[in-house]
Ligand binder design. Structure first.
Ligand SMILES: [Zn+2]
Length: 262
């Protein structure tokens, strides 16, 4: 109550954006931890576009348009393993972060051409998980390519996603020998990318959160997939509105749907 009282005394925009439920302070997730580690290793300060603006440390959006109160609460048995290219975790528009917000079993590792984190190898070898490397099948030998998710009994699907630009992801795919033994889950998405904030060099590619949402659906968890889709849309909406200093309509259909994931 104290927190909401203080918020109500904020500027008019802040007051209008008062969320309908209490704010919570999430425990830093895998991507947040990776971001902190990457920042600590930086020799010079990382300056992202638009990074001079004050940002909420949890959703990375300016406090006037904070998304935290709208974060879906879903339980899923699916796991996600993000392999993140160098500064990906530092980008304010990175959508791997959103996956970690929604899916509790999200793991995140920085990718390097010459080294591999032993914890990543341990995760990939953990018998509770059945890893799938999600990548276009045309880049893999046909014997590795699968188009459905059918884990063996007692194992849960673990989707390994290369979180990078398309050019970087292709390099990661070629130069990560520890991934060579994994089946390649090849997606054929029917919907256009809704990710408008940061397009890859070839616009037909989905952003990482969209790929994860499709994977959740393929694994039979369309509830979590839809939650992630809606959350991505809300992130895009809040992010752009903050950038353009526009108010948000928190009673629109998207926000009404998001309330159902609480
Ligand atoms: Zn926030």
């Amino acid at each position: 109550m104290e927190a909401s009282g203080n918020r109500a005394q904020g500027d008019r925009l802040g007051a209008r954006l008062q969320p309908p439920f209490p704010m919570t302070q999430p425990v830093p997730h895998a991507v947040a931890r990776l971001r902190a580690e990457r920042l600590a290793r930086s020799l010079k300060p990382f300056v992202a576009r638009g990074s001079r603006a004050e940002r909420c440390p949890h959703c990375r959006i300016q406090p006037s348009h904070c998304l935290c109160a709208w974060r879906p609460r879903v339980s899923s048995t699916v796991g996600v393993c993000l392999l993140m290219h160098d500064i990906e975790a530092l980008k304010p528009s990175n959508t791997g972060w959103l996956i970690a917000d929604v899916i509790a079993a999200t793991h995140a590792f920085g990718w390097a051409r010459t080294a591999v984190d032993p914890a990543l190898l341990e995760l990939l070898g953990d018998p509770q998980w059945q890893p799938y490397l999600v990548f276009p099948g045309e880049y893999a030998s046909p014997s590795r390519v699968v188009e459905t998710v059918a884990p063996q009994p007692g194992r849960k699907p673990l989707f390994v996603l290369l979180d990078a630009t398309w050019t970087e992801a292709r390099k990661m795919f070629r130069k990560s020998p520890y991934l060579d033994s994994l089946p390649v889950l090849s997606l054929t998405p029917a919907q256009l990318s809704r990710y408008r904030l940061r397009r890859s060099t070839r616009g037909e590619h989905l952003c990482t959160a969209e790929v994860a949402a499709l994977c959740l659906e393929l694994a039979g968890d369309s509830h979590a997939g839809a939650a992630l889709d809606d959350y991505l849309d809300a992130f895009s909406q809040h992010y752009l509105a903050a950038k353009r200093r526009l108010p948000l309509d928190l009673s629109d259909a998207l926000h009404q749907r998001l309330q159902l994931y609480r």
